[in-house]
Write a protein that binds this ligand. Structure first.
Ligand SMILES: NC(=O)C1=CN([C@@H]2O[C@H](COP(=O)(O)OP(=O)(O)OC[C@H]3O[C@@H](n4cnc5c(N)ncnc54)[C@H](OP(=O)(O)O)[C@@H]3O)[C@@H](O)[C@H]2O)C=CC1
Ligand SMILES: O=C(O)CCC(=O)C(=O)O
Length: 493
């Protein structure tokens, strides 16, 4: 799937590769330039390194199990590599290689200076106790650490399917207590860790927040949205169905609501809820947190058959569970006007072609769900800077603002001849008083999502891609990686 999308974008770029390099490589003739271009394209297309680990772990009942783990490094045009770790029985070598490639394109597309990686352990986490999960995580991490596969300057893991801040804390602690003991940047070995261990405020919500803001950015572009029949620009009043109510699904539901949309459906692995008047998202999140499942929630009607909710009428469908959910066999049942990909790879290439021909707008994963890695980048910077965002400037900014108001009051008094007491508005005063790292993270994330969204719309126009934002996103990513490798040179040694 990833390879197909890559080659479709390479085809769309076509002669633009040569246009980009002609000036720089003016001494090379056409043939030599083409050779260089195709080498760089091949370098981007291949996944040069993947580790397959097998290690024994003693379980609570005294038995030993041989656990399989993987970590793939895709494009190393930038280091460290970056990407999540997932726990799933579906994980295998090909899967992590494909997901690592997706991370390279996601980071490049969204201007995050990392290469692409992904890892996974082939287990069903529900089948293990907390103690067993910790042992598996620590052993998997140690195997990667001692082989120099992960490290703050090498490859920095993060949460993904079935992993969370607790799992990241175990990875970090394993490093801190072993080879990372003398590494002053050791906390930067993972992102998505608990706040008390150096995590960043806003990372847990970042992917979902990014999905909602990405959809808003694209929906706000009236000229672009005009290409989709029956779709009005803007987010207000849009109806949304979400598949998967985990980290990404639940937080995107929250942010879609904040932006004025209405969540009318949530489809989970074992149950679906539907209410055309809007579901109570906060209540559902509370229920899910308390019961570790949505099943049994009484605040809305169950939808039957539960696995068909994604085919209901809505403006925006957010697949936020696993890959290959929308495929050739079911794509023609989709009634949504927009699909915002919270999950990685939820639409197969054959379905993609079908949906495009039906003029359904797809906001692709490598843009839509990049909020997570964007904030992971901020967390990594926090780790190597050893200071939280805002800590050095909040006090100074507060004093500056106070002085600015005093100075304005004095000037007005001089000009008008009477005392004036200008004060910040209540919302500005609240912002000054309560400013936190979360605000910096949130506004920087939104700014980044907006900027990249505009880049994709511009690329779709430049390369005459119509509404095909996936190819636009891949073109955007490939051109950036291409230029980085071209500037660095092809002969490493
Ligand atoms: N976490 C992150 O920061 C990022 C995640 N992503 C991608 O987003 C997707 C979701 O990740 P994340 O939210 O972290 O994972 P989680 O494990 O937190 O959540 C996944 C949710 O989807 C449910 N689910 C699984 N299969 C199905 C199905 N067939 N139908 C309906 N629901 C299902 C799971 O239920 P159950 O628990 O019962 O299995 C779970 O509630 C993945 O593709 C991931 O790669 C992308 C970018 C960043
Ligand atoms: O936050 C990160 O580093 C990576 C998250 C991830 O795995 C993804 O975007 O798919």
């Amino acid at each position: 799937m990833v390879g197909y999308n890559f080659h479709r974008a390479v085809g769309a770029i076509g002669e633009n590769f040569e246009d980009e390099t002609r000036k720089k490589w003016f001494r090379l003739d056409h043939k030599e330039r083409c050779r260089r271009i195709s080498t760089i394209v091949k370098m981007i297309d291949t996944c040069p390194a993947v580790v397959h680990l097998q290690f024994p772990v003693k379980m609570d009942d005294g038995n030993y199990e041989i656990i399989q783990g993987y970590r793939a490094h895709h494009c190393g045009h930038r280091v460290p590599y970056k990407g999540g770790i997932r726990f799933s029985t579906h994980i295998n070598q090909n899967e992590v290689m494909a997901l690592a490639a997706l991370m390279s394109y996601k980071c490049a597309c969204c201007d995050i200076p990392f290469g692409g990686a992904k890892g996974g352990v082939s287990i069903d986490p529900k089948a293990y106790s907390e103690r067993e999960l910790e042992k598996i995580t620590r052993r998997y991490s140690y195997e990667l650490i001692k082989k120099h596969v992960i490290g703050p300057a090498i490859d920095v893991p993060a949460p993904d399917v079935n992993t969370d801040p607790r799992v990241m804390a175990w990875v970090m602690d394993t490093y801190l207590r072993t080879t990372g003991v003398n590494d002053i940047d050791n906390v930067a070995i993972v992102t998505g860790k608990p706040i008390i261990l150096g995590g960043i405020l806003g990372r847990e919500d970042a992917t979902g927040q990014g999905v909602a803001y990405a959809a808003q950015t694209i929906l706000e572009d009236e000229a672009f949205i005009q290409q989709i029949d029956g779709l009005k620009p803007g987010m207000t009043g849009k109806t949304v169905i979400i598949q998967g109510f985990g980290n990404v699904g639940a937080s995107s539901a929250k942010y879609f609501c904040q932006l004025g949309a209405k969540i009318i459906g949530v489809q989970e692995y074992n149950v679906s809820y539907y209410d055309p008047n809007g579901l109570k998202v906060d209540e559902m999140i509370e229920y899910q947190t308390e019961h570790k499942t949505l099943k049994g929630y009484q605040g809305a009607k169950e939808f039957q058959p539960f696995h068909d909710l994604i085919f209901e009428n809505c403006d925006i469908l957010v697949p936020a569970a696993v890959e290959k959910i929308i495929k050739k066999s079911n794509a023609d049942r989709i009634k949504a006007k927009v699909i915002a990909e919270g999950a990685n790879g939820p639409i197969t290439p054959a379905a993609d072609v079908l949906l495009l021909s039906k003029k359904i707008l797809i906001i692709p994963d490598i843009y839509a769900n990049a909020g997570g890695v964007t904030v992971s980048f901020f967390e990594w910077l926090k780790g190597i800077n050893h200071v939280s965002w805002g800590r050095l400037q909040f006090g100074y900014e507060k004093e500056n603002t106070k002085m600015l108001f005093e100075s304005m009051n004095e000037s007005l008094k001089d000009a008008l001849g009477k005392a004036i007491d200008m004060q910040p508005s209540s919302s500005f005063a609240r912002r000054l008083k309560e400013a936190s790292e979360r605000d910096i993270v949130s506004s920087s994330l939104n700014e980044s999502v907006r900027e990249i969204g505009n880049e994709l719309i511009a690329a779709a126009k430049k390369y005459r891609l119509g509404t095909d934002l996936r190819t636009a996103a891949f073109v955007n990513a490939i051109m950036k990686i291409f230029k980085t490798i071209d500037e660095s040179g092809l002969n490493y040694f």
